[in-house]
Design a protein around this ligand. Structure first.
Ligand code: GTP
Length: 205
C-alpha cells in the first residue's frame, strides 16, 4: 500500500477546505472552521493501486508566514496551491507560496526532480467578479512547471477529482523515481565499498 501525503496551501478564504472536501466526499459544504490545522485520511484506488492518502489542510498562510509553510513543505510529497479567481491578493499569495516551495525544496533536495504541484484557481462560478484571468494562472503554473486547473468547489466535482488524480499519479511517479535513485546510488556505493575492500586483492589474483 502506498502512502501519499499532500498539503493544501493558499490564502484565507480561497476555498482550500471546500476543494478538498469536494474531492473527498463529492459534496460542497459552505463553511469550515478556519483556525485549526486539519489532517484528512482516505483510502483510495488509482490505476488499480491501493493508496493511503493523507492531506494536510493547515490554517491559512499569509504571504509573510514562511514558518507555517516550512512544516508542510518538508512533510508533503505533493502540493495543491489554491487561490480565488475573484481575489487578486490570493493570487499574489499563491505566487509567493510557489516560490517558497521551490526554494525550500531546492535547499533540502538538491538536484532532485521537481516536487509535483497543482495550482488551482477556485471559485470559477464567480467569474462575473473575476480579478485574475485564466491565462495569468496558466502562465504562473508554466513558470513554476506545475499543473493548473480552474475549478468551482461550489458547483462541480469532476474537475477537482481530475486534478487530484493527476497529482497523485505524478506523486507516485516521483516517489518511484526517488526510490530508484536511492537504490541505484546505494548499489553504486556498495559496489565502491566492495571494490575498495576486495579490489586490490582481486587484481593481484
Ligand atoms: N462561490 C464560491 N464560494 C466558495 C467556493 N469555494 C469555497 N467557497 C466559499 O468560500 C469561503 C471560504 O471557503 P473555505 O473552504 O473555508 O476556504 P479556506 O481557504 O479553507 O479558508 P481558511 O480555512 O480560512 O483558510 C466559504 O464561505 C465557502 O463557502 C466556490 O467554488 N465558489
Amino acid at each position: 500500500m502506498n502512502d501519499i501525503k499532500l498539503a493544501l496551501l493558499g490564502s484565507q478564504g480561497a476555498g482550500k477546505s471546500a476543494v478538498l472536501v469536494r474531492f473527498l466526499t463529492r459534496r460542497f459544504i459552505g463553511e469550515y472552521a478556519s483556525n485549526t490545522n486539519s489532517l484528512y485520511h482516505k483510502r483510495l484506488s488509482i490505476d488499480g493501486r491501493q493508496l493511503n492518502l493523507e492531506v494536510f489542510d493547515p490554517c491559512s498562510q499569509g504571504s509573510e508566514a514562511r514558518c507555517i509553510l516550512e512544516e508542510p513543505v518538508d512533510w508533503a510529497d505533493g502540493f495543491v496551491v489554491v487561490y480565488n479567481i475573484s481575489d487578486r491578493t490570493s493570487f499574489i499569495n499563491a505566487k509567493n507560496i510557489l516560490r517558497q516551495i521551490r526554494e525550500t525544496r531546492m535547499e533540502n533536495c538538491k538536484g532532485e526532480m521537481d516536487v509535483p504541484v497543482c495550482l488551482v484557481g477556485n471559485k470559477q462560478d464567480l467569474c462575473h467578479a473575476r480579478q485574475v484571468r485564466e491565462d495569468e494562472g496558466r502562465g504562473l503554473a508554466q513558470e513554476n512547471r506545475c499543473n493548473f486547473q480552474e475549478v468551482s468547489a461550489a458547483e462541480s466535482y469532476q474537475d477537482i477529482a481530475n486534478l487530484f488524480t493527476q497529482l497523485i499519479r505524478q506523486v507516485m511517479e516521483h516517489l518511484k523515481y526517488r526510490a530508484d535513485k536511492r537504490r541505484y546510488s546505494g548499489s553504486k556505493s556498495m559496489a565502491k565499498l566492495i571494490n575498495n575492500v576486495f579490489g586490490k586483492r582481486r587484481k593481484s589474483v
